[in-house]
Design a protein around this ligand. Structure first.
Ligand code: NAD
Length: 399
């Protein structure tokens, strides 16, 4: 087991979590390589440790109270230790009333889309979290930047790379921290895939496989509206395959090829966006990743890497919980954790200690560039180079 003595901040937080009865979430053994490196991820900076002691929390305002805010982010903000739900932005007055009552949000911290810009004057709000349809992300990130707040923007960052670049520029001008809502970078199974893959514990990765898709029932119609979603399942679900492949391999692809899946409803549900797509990412060392996503069928949620000596695999891989991992040497035996709470607390830690986030806007741009290359490959039937994609990697912290 990793000695905590070399990391006093980690050790103190670990002891504190134990005293809060949260230690059980840290129990597990890795099948390959021994120590559970992800324990090291809980290493808050000194300002965060002070905040934990004094009870100071950064205020988060959720913009858009749809399924993800309601089902995941608001509950997660009841579990965070460094931030709290302090404000809401919604176009539906009845929702505002319900949320105010449920989460004790004061009336002065409730906005609609017209009054949103007044948030600039509200010292209770430190972080604005954009949870709107993808086509609205750029406008709201730019407005949040003008309000001088730190921002988390949900994935995918925007329909186009040009919008991503505008968002990054706006946040740079504001001088505030900016991250993408990539929850799985803070999830211990995925962190273990990063560590085992990048450290080549079973040798160099020769092939990867990633699948993520579900049968879409039109419960959120914006997801099949090209302007509001930017694309279909590739943007929404395939992005997790791209991410998983890149952080397990620890490299960016040099090119992609792709083919659209048959469209079961080209005049109806899938008249504006693809129903499904299969693609391959090619790497400089000759290795490849074969990936699939769909809104027309339920696919296995899977991330797998193969080497000459064995394999690493998560299945189910991409959900909010229930993730299971194994390698050719046995089960990972890692417990699931509250992903969104860890993601938001990590961002708060970055703000409090002026540290860079591991999921910056540039990573969101990188992924949109790769997704666009995949769409171009499908449209042209050609291999498309990804050599100009912005070079951002989430390198494992493991030593
Ligand atoms: P949703 O449709 O349930 O919520 C969207 C919200 O935006 C609703 O409250 C809706 O009222 C509001 N809205 C404002 N203007 C709108 C307009 N013109 N059209 C449609 N809605 C409008 O969607 P969701 O599933 O909550 O997704 C919201 C965002 O969160 C998206 O960016 C999505 O990709 C992201 N998301 C991320 C994850 C994750 O695991 N990180 C999971 C689900 C969704």
């Amino acid at each position: 087991m990793q000695s905590f003595d070399a990391h006093p901040a980690s050790r103190r937080e670990f002891m504190r979590m134990l005293s809060l009865g949260l230690g059980a979430t840290l129990v597990g053994t890795s099948a390959v390589g021994g120590p559970l490196s992800w324990l090291e991820e809980i290493s808050y900076g000194p300002a965060s440790l002070e905040a934990l002691q004094t009870g100071r929390r950064l205020g988060v305002a959720l913009v858009g109270l749809g399924k993800y805010s309601t089902g995941q982010l608001a509950p997660a903000l009841q579990q965070t230790k460094l931030c709290k739900l302090a404000g809401i932005v919604t176009g539906t007055p009845s929702k505002a009333a319900q949320w105010q009552q449920r989460y004790q949000v004061p009336a002065k911290n409730v906005y609609d889309y017209k009054t949103f810009d007044r948030i600039v004057d509200n010292p209770d709000i430190d972080i604005i979290y954009i949870v709107l349809p993808v086509g609205m992300h750029a406008e709201y990130v730019e407005r949040a930047a003008r309000a001088g707040k730190h921002v988390i923007c949900e994935k995918p960052m925007a329909p186009t790379a040009a919008e991503c670049q505008r968002m990054i520029a706006a946040m740079q001008k504001a001088g505030k921290k900016f991250s993408i809502g990539y929850r799985l970078h803070f999830e211990p199974h995925h962190q273990e895939m990063m560590r085992l893959g990048q450290k080549q514990t079973l040798g160099p990765i020769k092939r990867l496989v990633a699948d993520n898709g579900f049968r879409f029932n039109n419960d959120t119609p914006w997801r099949v509206d090209k302007e509001l979603a930017g694309g279909g399942p590739l943007m929404d679900m395939g992005i997790y395959c791209v991410q998983g492949v890149v952080y397990t391999k620890g490299q960016l692809p040099t090119s992609v090829t792709a083919k659209l899946a048959p469209n079961p409803d080209p005049k109806g549900l899938f008249k504006e966006v693809e129903a499904g797509i299969n693609w391959q990412m090619q790497f400089a060392d000759g290795s490849v990743a074969d990936c699939r996503t769909s809104y027309a069928e339920n696919l296995n949620s899977r991330l797998r890497a193969e080497t000459d000596k064995g394999f690493l695999e998560l299945q189910p891989a991409f959900g909010y919980g229930g993730i299971e991992g194994r390698t050719s040497q046995g089960a990972m035996n890692i417990q699931n954790v509250p992903q969104q709470a860890r993601q938001m607390d990590d961002f708060a830690d970055c703000i409090l200690n002026n540290k860079p986030t591991r999921v910056p806007g540039e990573m969101g741009l990188r992924d949109v560039q790769i997704l666009q290359a995949i769409y171009r490959a499908a449209a042209t039937g050609q291999k498309i180079s990804t050599k100009d994609v912005v070079a951002v990697l989430d390198k494992t912290n493991s030593r």
